[in-house]
Design a protein around this ligand. Sequence first.
Ligand SMILES: [Zn+2]
Length: 194
Amino acid sequence: MQLPILAYGHDILRKQCDEIDPSYPGLDKLIDNMWETMYGANGCGLAAPQVNVPVRLFVVDSKSTHDRMDEVIREDHFVREDTGIVETFINANILDESDDAWIDEEGCLSIPALTERVKRPWSITIEYFNRQFEKQTKTFYGTTARMIQHEYDHTEGVLYLDYLKPLTRKLLHGKLEKIAKGQIKAKYPMQFVK
Ligand SMILES: [Zn+2]
């Protein structure tokens, strides 16, 4: 089932989310719905708080982006051994991030019709549980690492807007107000702040 995505302005997008265990009610269904919602919105990642569930859960598909990307551009976005991931992250915890940082364009399904250049570490090491609740510790690079960081941030109540320079943020104020009120529409179901 495709779920409505909360628009910028909802308090739940600013919550530090709770850890879950395998007995979390309806977990399997929730994960299925999150994938369907993400793909239905043409996204490459989605976090549970974006569908109104404040738990430490997110999904990332960097494989579609990898496969679509022009080979020359791909060299700057993916390391050779990374052909992209399609992965569910539960109770993720970033253990380490590189000093090396890079800037790339980012958008967010909760903030439609807006992209901004965001600086992030090039690589991260993260521990998490996968959908089968098997513990994983992995290092990711480039675009894959960026997508994971973006979704991980959602479970911490952080939005990519928080990394922008104060002046850039200020200039976006009016547009963000419009997004919160539903005056900027997306091509997927959203829930706006009334
Ligand atoms: Zn987002």
